[in-house]
Design a binder for this molecule. Structure first.
Ligand SMILES: O=C(O)C1=C[C@@H](OP(=O)(O)O)[C@@H](O)[C@H](O)C1
Ligand SMILES: C=C(OP(=O)(O)O)C(=O)O
Length: 887
C-alpha cells in the first residue's frame, strides 16, 4: 500500500498587496509559474493585470445571462479604463450565453466561434471566461482551438469553479454520450479568484462548491478536513443568502480570513497536483475522488441535482467501496458522511433532498454501471475510482481498478445472502465488533456536558451516534478533533454551557439520542423567546416519549408537541430544569430514566427521581447510566429503602482524560448467532462477562441453552454451534430485549430431535419491542412466515415454532425478499437465517442500508470475516411492486 499521507505538499504561495483592497491577495503557483491570484475586491487589479500579462488586439469576455447583470459591466469598464491608462486601442467585447450545462455543446461553441470570426477577432485576441464551470470549460475550449489557440484567462465567479474547474487547464464540451468527453488541455494565462463574487452566490451554489473543497481535503489533508468539520456553521454563514448573517458581518475581516483559508487550502492542493501531473497520468486522477460514481449519478439526476451534490453522494459510495475492500474503517465513512451532511449535501440517492429535487427520477444500479462504462478514467472495460486509506490519504497515488461485482454490491439497495456451505473441519473465526451505541451516546452527552478534555476511544460510527454528535455540536457548541486515524475522538466539554441551536435537532430514529437530548434541551437557560425543535424520522415521530415529557413538564419545563401527542417533534423552551422530586413512569422505555439521570446534576436543585407505575424495563441500561455518570464524577445512588428512587447530586461532570467505550454487546449477538446457526466457531474478541451491557449475557443465557458450546472470559466470548439447535421452552429476555430478534431466528431453526416434532420457543419480557424501530414482534412473525416458520405474538413476547427437522431442507425462499421495516436488527437477524438455508439457496434482504443504525459494515463483516457470501441486488425496476419499502 502506498501511503500518501504524511505532510503532503501544497503549491507554493506568496502574498501581495492589491491596490484598492484592504485584504492582501495570495498568489499560487501552478506548473512553476504564478498562476492564481486569490483576493477580495480586485476588479481593477484584474483588468490591469490581464492587459499587462497579455497585450492583445481584442478582449472577449465570455459569460452567461446570470452573471452578466451582476459582474459584466464592472469588468468591461475596468478593462476599458485600464486600456485607456496605457493608451491602447484594443477592443473589449462580450459574448453572453444562456446559463447551465445544456449550453456546453458543440453548437454553442460553433456559434461563439462564428461570431468571433465575423467580428474579425484574430490570433492576437484573448478570451476572459467570467462565470462558473460551464463558462470556464466552454470558453476555455473555444480558446484552445480558435485559430489553433488563443490565450484564456479564467475569472471564476462560483466557489465550485474557483476550487475546481478553473485550475488545471481542462476545457471541454458535453455530447449526448456524456460530460466533458470532447475537449483539450489548455492552461489559462492566469486565474483571478475574487471572493467578492461569492457574495452574490446563492447558498446552494456555495454548498455545491464546498463538496469539492471537502473532496480535496479528504484525499489530501486531514487538518483541512478537521477545519471543515468544526467550522460548518461558520463557513456556511459565509454564503450569500444565509439569513443569520448580515452583509456587514459577512464582510468582516474574520469571516473573510476563514473563507480565504478554506479556498486557499483547497486550491493549493489542486495547483500542486496539476503541477505534478498536468495531463492526468496518475496523481491528478485523485482529484476524481467521488467522481466515478458521482458523474454516473449526475448523468441521471442532472439538471435537478448539481455537480457537487452528485459528487457528495459519489464520495460516500466510493468510501464504502474502500471500506468493503478493507482500506478504511467506519470512522472514515462516518466523518465523510457527517461533514457532507453538516454542509447540507446529500449523501445518498435516497436522501430526502434528492427525492424532493428530482421526484420520479431513479438511479438503478445497472444504469449507473452502464454510464460508468464511458468514464474517461477507465482502462478498456476496467473501471477505476479513487480509494481512500484514511482521511487525508489514498490507497494508491492514483485511481484504483475496481470490479463491477464490488461496485454493484455497494450501490445496490438490497443484499442477496447465500446459504453457508458446511465444510469439513470447523475453523475458528475471530471478530471484533464495533463500539456500543448505548455507551457511545451516553459518553458523548457526559463529555459534552462535562468540564475538561476527554478522549473517547472506541466510539461507534453509525447513524445513531452521528445524529448525537451533530446535535451536541449545535447545543453545546463543542468542537471535536480526531486522533489515531479517527479511533479517538477528543471532546472539549462545555461544563454545562448550552445554547438554543440555530436549527432543529434532527435525531433520525435514534431512541437514545431523542430521549437523552430532550432533557438536555430543557437544561438550556439562556435564549428567552427562542425554541429548540427536536424531531426525528417518520418512525421516531411514532415512538412514545410522553412519559418523559410529562415528568419534565411537571417539573416546570416547557415542552409542546408539534404534531402527535406523546411523540416528537417537540418545541422546547429554555427554562432550565428545576429539580427536586421528579416522578417518572418507565415501563415503556428505560431511556426516559437515563435521560433524566444524565441531565439531573445540572438542575437548580438536587434531583430525587422516583419511578412510578408498572415495572421498569431494560434495567441494565439504567445501571449503565449510573455507572457511567460515576466515571464522569457524579455519584447517583439508589434509595436504601426503595429501589425505584434515585438521588442525584448537583454538580458538573469532570471529564476523565480518557474513556474507553465498550464494544456493542447487541451487535455481538449476530456473529455469535452465526456460529450457532451454521455450526461453526466464532470468537468475539471484545465482548465478555465484564461488560456492563445486559446483552453480553446472550451467549450464556440463550445460546448455551440452545445447545451451543459457550466460553466466556471477562473480555471475550467464543461460541461453537451444535449439530442441532434446541428450542427454549420459555425465556424472559427483559434484560436483553434488543437481542430477541437474534434469538427468534435461531429459534426458527431449533428442533427437539424427535422426528416430525416442532421445537417451540417462547420469549417473554419484550413487549416494549413493539415501539422500537418498528413493531418488532409483528415484524418477526410476518417475516419468519416467509421462510415457512410459524410464529405468533404473545402479550409480552413471541412464540416461535421451529422447523421440524433439518432447517436446510425446511426453510423456504422468502418470496419477495425480507422486508426490514428500516430496522437494523431485522436485517441482521434475517441475514443469519438466510445463511442457515439449504445448499445453493439465496435469500434477498431488502433495505440493506438500515444496518447503518448500529453496524454500518455488517455486510462486509458477514462476507469478509465470517465467511458468508453476499451479492448486491437491485430489484427496483423488475417486479418492483412486490418489493415495497417500509420507509
Ligand atoms: O438506554 C439505552 O441505551 C437503550 C435502552 C433500551 O431501550 P428501552 O429502554 O426503550 O428498552 C434498548 O432497547 C436501546 O437499544 C438502547
Ligand atoms: C431499540 C434500539 O434503538 P433505540 O431505542 O436506541 O432507537 C435498538 O438499537 O435496537
Amino acid at each position: 500500500m502506498v501511503e500518501t499521507t504524511s505532510a503532503k505538499p501544497k503549491a507554493a504561495t506568496r502574498q501581495i498587496s492589491i491596490e484598492g483592497s484592504a485584504t492582501p491577495a495570495h498568489v499560487v503557483q501552478v506548473l512553476g509559474t504564478d498562476s492564481v491570484t486569490l483576493g477580495h475586491g480586485m476588479t481593477t487589479h484584474i483588468a490591469r493585470q490581464i492587459i499587462q500579462i497579455q497585450p492583445s488586439s481584442a478582449y472577449l469576455i465570455g459569460t452567461d445571462t446570470n452573471i452578466a447583470p451582476l459582474h459584466l459591466e464592472q469588468l468591461q469598464n475596468a478593462l476599458v479604463a485600464a486600456l485607456a491608462e496605457i493608451g491602447s486601442t484594443a477592443r473589449v467585447h462580450a459574448y453572453v450565453i444562456p446559463p447551465g450545462e445544456t449550453t456546453k455543446t458543440r453548437e454553442t461553441k460553433a456559434m461563439i466561434e462564428d461570431w468571433m470570426l465575423e467580428n474579425k477577432l484574430t490570433r492576437d485576441s484573448c478570451i476572459l471566461a467570467l462565470g462558473g464551470g460551464v463558462i470556464g470549460d466552454l470558453f476555455g475550449f473555444v480558446a484552445a482551438t480558435f485559430m489553433r489557440g488563443v490565450p484564456v484567462f479564467q475569472i471564476p465567479t462560483t466557489l465550485l469553479a474557483m476550487v475546481d474547474s478553473s485550475i488545471g487547464g481542462k476545457t471541454a464540451i458535453d455530447t449526448p454520450a456524456g460530460k466533458n468527453l470532447i475537449g483539450a488541455f489548455h492552461q489559462p494565462r492566469h486565474i483571478f479568484m475574487d471572493l467578492a463574487y461569492l457574495r452574490t452566490l446563492p447558498r446552494r451554489e456555495f454548498v455545491n462548491g464546498m463538496a469539492e473543497v471537502i473532496k480535496t481535503a479528504a484525499i489530501w489533508n486531514e487538518d483541512d478536513f478537521t477545519l471543515l468539520e468544526n467550522g460548518a456553521e461558520e463557513i456556511l454563514g459565509l454564503s450569500a443568502d444565509n439569513s443569520s448573517s448580515s452583509d456587514s458581518k459577512r464582510k468582516s475581516e474574520h469571516d473573510l480570513q476563514l473563507l480565504i483559508q478554506v479556498v486557499l487550502g483547497s486550491i493549493q492542493v489542486k495547483a500542486h497536483v496539476v503541477t505534478v501531473d498536468e495531463k492526468e497520468t496518475g496523481l491528478r486522477g485523485l482529484l476524481n475522488y467521488g467522481h466515478t460514481v458521482g458523474h454516473a449519478i449526475e448523468a441521471i439526476l442532472t439538471p435537478e441535482l448539481l455537480h457537487g451534490e452528485c459528487v457528495a453522494m459519489g464520495m460516500v459510495r466510493e468510501a464504502e467501496i474502500a471500506r468493503h475492500l478493507g482500506y478504511v474503517n467506519d470512522v472514515v465513512i462516518g466523518r465523510i458522511v457527517r461533514v457532507l451532511q453538516a454542509y447540507g449535501l446529500p449523501v445518498s440517492t435516497e436522501d430526502k433532498k434528492v427525492l424532493q429535487l428530482a421526484p420520479g427520477k431513479h438511479c438503478s444500479v445497472d444504469q449507473l454501471l452502464d454510464i460508468m462504462r464511458v468514464d474517461k478514467k477507465n482502462q478498456g472495460d476496467k473501471k477505476r475510482m479513487v480509494m481512500l486509506s484514511g482521511i487525508g490519504s489514498t490507497y494508491e497515488p492514483k485511481a484504483s481498478f475496481i470490479s463491477d461485482n464490488v461496485i454493484r454490491k455497494i450501490l445496490s439497495p438490497a443484499m442477496e445472502v447465500e446459504a453457508v456451505e458446511k465444510s469439513g473441519a470447523v475453523k475458528e473465526v475471530k471478530i471484533s465488533v464495533p463500539g456500543s451505541k448505548s455507551i457511545s451516546n451516553r459518553a458523548l452527552v457526559l463529555a459534552a456536558l462535562g468540564s475538561g478534555v476527554c478522549r473517547l476511544e472506541g466510539l461507534l460510527h453509525s447513524d445513531d451516534v452521528q445524529v448525537m454528535l451533530d446535535s451536541l455540536q449545535k447545543l453545546v457548541g463543542i468542537k471535536y478533533t480526531w486522533e489515531d486515524n479517527g479511533d479517538t475522538l477528543v471532546v472539549e466539554g462545555g461544563a454545562g454551557k448550552l445554547q438554543v441551536p440555530h436549527s432543529e435537532i434532527y435525531l433520525g430514529n435514534a431512541g437514545t439520542a431523542a430521549r437523552f437530548l430532550t432533557t438536555v434541551c430543557c437544561l438550556v437557560r439562556a435564549g428567552e423567546g427562542k425554541i429548540t425543535t427536536v424531531t426525528g424520522n417518520s418512525r421516531m415521530k411514532q415512538r412514545p416519549i410522553g412519559p418523559l415529557v410529562d415528568a419534565l413538564s411537571s417539573n416546570g419545563c416547557d415542552l409542546a408537541y408539534l404534531e402527535s401527542q406523546g411523540c416528537l417533534p417537540l418545541a422546547i423552551k429554555p427554562t432550565g430544569l428545576k429539580g427536586g422530586h421528579v416522578k417518572l413512569s418507565a415501563s415503556i422505555s428505560s431511556q426516559y430514566v437515563s435521560s433524566i439521570l444524565l441531565s439531573a446534576p445540572y438542575a437548580t436543585n438536587p434531583v430525587t427521581l422516583e419511578l412510578v407505575g408498572d415495572a421498569v424495563v431494560s434495567k441494565p441500561y439504567i445501571d449503565m447510566t449510573i455507572s457511567m455518570m460515576k466515571s464522569f464524577g457524579i455519584h447517583a445512588t439508589q434509595d436504601a429503602s426503595n429501589e425505584n428512587i434515585y438521588h442525584i447530586p448537583q454538580g458538573v461532570y469532570t471529564n476523565p482524560k480518557e474513556y474507553l467505550i465498550e464494544a456493542d454487546a447487541s451487535s455481538a449477538t449476530y456473529p455469535l448467532a452465526y456460529a450457532a446457526i451454521t455450526g461453526t466457531k466464532v470468537t468475539v474478541t471484545n465482548i465478555g462477562a465484564n461488560s456492563m451491557q445486559g446483552d453480553a449475557e446472550f451467549a450464556v443465557k440463550v445460546l448455551r441453552p440452545m445447545g451451543c458450546t459457550v466460553e466466556q472470559t471477562a473480555t471475550q466470548t467464543t461460541v461453537q454451534g451444535p449439530a442441532r439447535l434446541a428450542p427454549i421452552p420459555s425465556i424472559d429476555m427483559e434484560t436483553m430485549t434488543d437481542a430477541f430478534l437474534t434469538a427468534s431466528v435461531l429459534a426458527a431453526c431449533a428442533s427437539t430431535g424427535v422426528a416430525g416434532e416442532k421445537g417451540v420457543t417462547k420469549i417473554h419480557g419484550i413487549s416494549n419491542q413493539r415501539v422500537k424501530e418498528c413493531n418488532r414482534i409483528a415484524a418477526m412473525v410476518e417475516q419468519l412466515a416467509k421462510f415457512g416458520v410459524h410464529a405468533n405474538e404473545l402479550p409480552d413476547g413471541i412464540e416461535i415454532h421451529g422447523v421440524a427437522g433439518d432447517p436446510k431442507s425446511a426453510l423456504k425462499t422468502p418470496e419477495g425478499g425480507v422486508f426490514c421495516y428500516d430496522d437494523h436488527r431485522v436485517a441482521m437477524s434475517f441475514s443469519l437465517l438466510a445463511c442457515a438455508r439449504g445448499s445453493g439457496s439465496k435469500s434477498v434482504i431488502l433495505e440493506k442500508k438500515c444496518v447503518e443504525k448500529t453496524w454500518p459494515a455488517w455486510w462486509d463483516a458477514l462476507e469478509n470475516i465470517l465467511g458468508g457470501k453476499v451479492h448486491g441486488v437491485d430489484l427496483t425496476g423488475h417486479g418492483a411492486a412486490g418489493y415495497k419499502s417500509s420507509k
